[in-house]
Ligand binder design. Sequence first.
Ligand code: IPM
Ligand code: MN
Length: 365
Amino acid sequence: MASFNLMVLPGDGIGPEVTAEAVKVLGAVEKRFGHEFALKEDLFGGAAIDAYGTSARQETLDAAKRADAVLFGAVGGPKWDDPSGSPERRPEWGLLQIRKQLGLFANLRPVKIHPLMADSSTIKREVLDGTDMVVIRELTGGLYFGEPKRRWSDGDGRKAVDTMFYSEEEVRRILQVGFDLARQRRKKLTSVDKMNVLETGRLWREIAVEMGRQHPDIELDHLLVDACAMHLIRRPADFDVIVTENTFGDILTDEASMLAGSMGMLPSASLGARRPDGTGLGLYEPIHGSAPDIAGQGKANPLAAILSAAMLLRLSLGLTAEADAVERAVDEALAAGWRTADIARPGEQVVDTTRMGDEIAGRLA
Ligand code: IPM
Ligand code: MN
């Protein structure tokens, strides 16, 4: 029996609907295993802009820092898409703030093809067979945060600059996450860069090669990011752990998610420094966005949010058996034929968001 403080930030669009189901499942875990999860919920993203004029209040960020983990929904929507507004009035700004201020430099996006789901992908089943990878995306550096970052106008018209900056320490610590994770898995690490063009890419490659020599038990290979984009859909089952910088990881993980058919199944974890036992603060969110087109209709698939809660149990709270139980409950519900609209094949019976959540929670009782 242990007690933990969790911050819950449902956000916008389908964020609140899917997060409610993840909270329901955490409640079932509490009961079954006798833990206590103290939840603190707050507005974030567009919802916070409407209420407070900023997508992330500093007090929200401070409370998140003090929590054991953050359960996150999704942010954004057409209502807040004005590109000329001030940065804190953009939902995405809040997300970048929470990543940066909590020091969550490592974003883990597992892509595992559930055998029952292989036919919902646009990629052929024989190509997908055996696909089970984790993409590690650097999350607090690169183009997203480098300075200068600004817009201006002069006699030649409008101009803008973003900066891709990486220090040795930033590259080293994210590559280390890659080597450590590969060691717990199939011991294959693919480091992705653009060393044929970018200085940051050459620094990245140099450090990866050096670290590879210090990790002889890991089979390390290197891919240019454009080639990686191709190999991801040509031979996805060959990948074990992929590690790459922020922008490349953003793009490659959207691509990789399509291997799984629906984004509605894929969780993610954003992690900072770890304690010696491997646990530490993290933010857990489904990789799908806020999907404003289906918000409020009970159509959203809560499994990505529920599987994110499982990652939270494992990676921030160290509750391995509990995380396994949640993942097993999801497998069992799928095996029993429960489907939300995004993963149903023609003729299959479709259930809504809350019913899917009930099915998972019920299996934990
Ligand atoms: C993601 C999203 C975010 C990103 C946006 C919403 C800022 O696309 O988590 O991948 O670009 O990092
Ligand atoms: Mn993205």
